[in-house]
Design a binder for this molecule. Structure first.
Ligand SMILES: NC(=O)c1ccc[n+]([C@@H]2O[C@H](COP(=O)([O-])OP(=O)(O)OC[C@H]3O[C@@H](n4cnc5c(N)ncnc54)[C@H](O)[C@@H]3O)[C@@H](O)[C@H]2O)c1
Length: 258
């Protein structure tokens, strides 16, 4: 029977807040495929719920990491280095923008809101990759981040997060180019709408879901396991010649002009 095999591999998975998080779906699937997983959570407030989830996976451990703090990222690297010595996978499922910057007028986005959204949602991808690079370089690695169609289309209310996703997808291509010689692959998954904590902060999310079902070629919603399966593929050797790409897991919605 064909199965994705990630035995003997180690994964850093950032962005689990609760059981609905897309990163959690990815963590579960790659753990089922044999990977050992380190889950990070953004703050003390999320500690107990993420620990409870991690306890359901074999060999998983958790640690705090707010990606706006370089020393916390470095602590994560040290912990992984001490425990495993190498990293073969990095999953980045992190995004944040202030509520007021995800509604109303994009042209009036304040500097602090823009900087915060870009810092947490895009720069963190580059910065964490850089800070764990010595571990990724040991055996070669695969990196996956999570994006959305607003990276290259105008989407009502997505505002500054569209800017962040555009930077994120450009970073995927640039990092893929730069890290290819070290056998590190870098890809994004652009997902259709899924009801998660982050999704709830987008004004008009319900309308987005309705239009998605009406207009996508497959006329159906995606769920977090669809994202998990796509990520498991990209993280595995089955995708050994896939890098620098954005894989759409969106029932084909991105292909439509109307
Ligand atoms: N849910 C969707 O419809 C959808 C669609 C396309 C793309 N995405 C993307 O998927 C990714 C994961 O989002 P999700 O939908 O699973 O929601 P989520 O709320 O479960 O995940 C977002 C995560 O970002 C973390 N985070 C925020 N600020 C942080 C910080 N300073 N340091 C560390 N972590 C921080 C949160 O704690 C949370 O775990 C995001 O990049 C999101 O934009 C989501």
């Amino acid at each position: 029977m064909y199965q994705i095999d990630l035995r003997g591999r180690h994964a850093l998975v950032m962005g689990v807040a609760n059981h609905r998080s897309l990163s959690w779906a990815i963590a579960q699937l790659i753990a089922q495929a044999g990977a050992r997983v380190c889950l990070t959570y953004a703050s003390e407030r999320l500690k107990s719920s993420v620990e409870e989830l991690a306890a359901t996976l074999p060999h998983a451990f958790t640690t705090e990491c707010d990606v706006t703090k370089d020393y916390e990222i470095d602590e994560v690297r040290k912990k992984i280095e001490g425990r495993w010595g190498s990293l073969e996978m990095f999953v980045h499922g992190i995004a944040f923008a202030r509520k007021e910057d995800l509604e109303g007028s994009f042209v009036a986005t304040p500097r602090e809101g823009f900087q915060l959204a870009l810092d947490v949602s895009a720069y963190s991808f580059i910065n964490v990759t850089n800070r764990v690079l010595p571990l990724l370089e040991k055996n070669g690695a695969s990196i996956v981040t999570l994006s959305y169609l607003a990276a290259n289309r105008a989407v009502p209310n997505y505002n500054v997060m569209g800017s962040a996703k555009a930077v994120l997808e450009q970073s995927v291509r640039q990092l893929a180019y730069e890290l290819g010689p070290q056998r590190i692959r870098v890809n994004a998954i652009s997902a259709g709408p899924v009801r998660t904590l982050a999704a709830r902060s987008i004004a008009g999310f319900t309308t987005m879901e309705e239009m998605f079902e009406q207009r996508s070629p497959l006329h159906r919603h995606i769920d977090s396991d669809d994202v998990g399966a796509a990520a498991a593929y990209l993280l595995s050797d089955d995708a050994q010649n896939v890098t620098g790409t954005t894989l759409y897991v969106d029932s084909g919605y991105h292909a439509m002009g109307m």
